[in-house]
Design a binder for this molecule. Structure first.
Ligand SMILES: Nc1ncnc2c1ncn2[C@@H]1O[C@H](COP(=O)(O)OP(=O)(O)OP(=O)(O)O)[C@@H](O)[C@H]1O
Ligand SMILES: [Mg+2]
Length: 353
């Protein structure tokens, strides 16, 4: 049982409120990503869970046991950080064995675990090498093996892949996810990288200025951001200021006077609306059937991105961004083209103020 609870946890450094009254429940065996801009308190939150920092207020529980004031070595946690942090003067085997010897495990058990976890990170046979004889990606795998070898209740990962190039990072994301699922170890991953959070985590916490902005599964964070901050930080968004037309809950009028059909989803969009760019369809000529929202627009920028093309549009008083899949040969759209944009009424989401 290693569910984690943060209950009103706060930490300041002098005048800086690094974490401001954070409450969070993390299910046993789940994979949580902590996402947010630099300085929002991600590392501080992780360090309090690890026992390297004491909260000013609040409680932290691991597996139902309060650990708020326990030292790190009494928490049974595994860590991997951004910089490889392997001991350069120790062999790979001794690096992986480090935490095991600290725990006074017998030599046979140590050797067995070193073998097991080197195999798990797909580096069997690396025992006698030194860290500087390995690539960056291999070193991060050793750091992971070292963290896992103690068979921790919780694995804490602070930007463990950010020093790797994109291709290797994506491979390691898939591997790490598989290893986590196979072992069922409760995992917290801090990252700047929204794609990493979306692909790896069961749930994502988006933090801003020491507070939790939203917690939810990746699809929910992306498809239904609750606040403008989340919509802006995760993915590309179109925002609409305005209000619902009096007596017409399915009609939204922007402050510039453009109206859109919106799906009635129950709440008043007093904080405005957000629309993801892939919810906009760009037609090169007026379509035969008239959809719910069809507006003439002009293309003001085209950015080819491989799988898709980003198209920025001017629609009356609005600036919009659409993502057009390049299923065949590019989107066939050019700067200054006069086009029609179709917007799915279901694509609009209300934002909280
Ligand atoms: N030991 C410290 N002394 C003083 N201020 C600190 C200390 N550690 C963190 N802070 C401050 O607390 C805030 C949160 O820092 P934290 O390291 O948790 O951010 P972060 O979200 O991990 O950022 P990054 O993405 O850049 O790693 C920042 O304003 C930071 O400057
Ligand atoms: Mg950090």
């Amino acid at each position: 049982m290693s569910a984690i609870v943060f209950d009103q946890v706060a930490k300041s450094f002098g005048p800086v409120r690094a974490v401001a009254g954070c409450s969070l429940e993390i299910a046993d065996s789940s994979f949580l990503a902590i996402l947010g801009p630099s300085g929002c308190g991600k590392t501080t939150l992780l360090r309090m869970l690890g026992g390297f920092l004491t909260p000013d207020a609040g409680r932290i529980l691991i597996g139902g046991r309060e650990v708020t004031h326990l030292p790190p070595f009494r928490r049974n946690l595994g860590f991997v950080f951004q910089s490889y942090a392997l001991f350069p003067h120790l062999t790979i085997a001794d690096n992986v064995a480090f935490g095991l010897r600290m725990r006074r495990l017998g030599a046979a058990e140590v050797a067995a675990r070193v073998r097991k976890y080197l195999e798990l990170v797909r580096l069997p046979g690396a025992e006698d090498r030194y860290p500087d004889q390995l690539s960056g990606g291999q070193q991060q795998r050793i750091a992971l093996a070292r963290a896992l070898a103690i068979e921790p209740d919780v694995l804490l990962l602070d930007e463990p892949l950010s020093a790797l190039d994109r291709k290797l990072r994506e491979e390691m994301q898939a591997e790490l996810k598989e290893i986590q699922a196979a072992l069922g170890v409760t995992t917290l991953l801090v990252t700047h990288d929204q794609e990493e959070a979306l692909t790896m985590a069961d749930r994502i916490v988006v933090m801003s200025a020491g507070r939790v902005e939203q917690v939810g599964p990746p699809e929910e964070i992306y498809e239904a951001p609750r606040t403008r901050f989340v919509a802006d930080f995760v993915g590309v968004s179109n925002f609409f200021e305005g209000a619902v037309v009096a007596g017409e809950p399915g009609l939204f009028r922007t402050s510039g006077g453009t109206t859109f059909r919106i799906a009635a989803n129950g709440h008043a969009p007093e904080g405005g609306l957000v629309l993801r760019p892939e919810r906009i369809t760009v037609h090169r000529s007026r379509p035969a059937a008239t959809p719910a929202n069809l507006h003439p627009a002009r293309i003001v920028r085209v950015l080819y991105q491989g799988q898709k093309t980003r198209v920025d549009l001017k629609l009356a008083d609005l600036s919009l961004t659409a993502m057009v899949p390049n299923a065949r040969r590019g989107a066939g759209l050019a700067l200054n083209d006069e086009v029609f944009v179709e917007i799915d009424p279901e694509g609009f989401r209300s934002l909280a103020r």
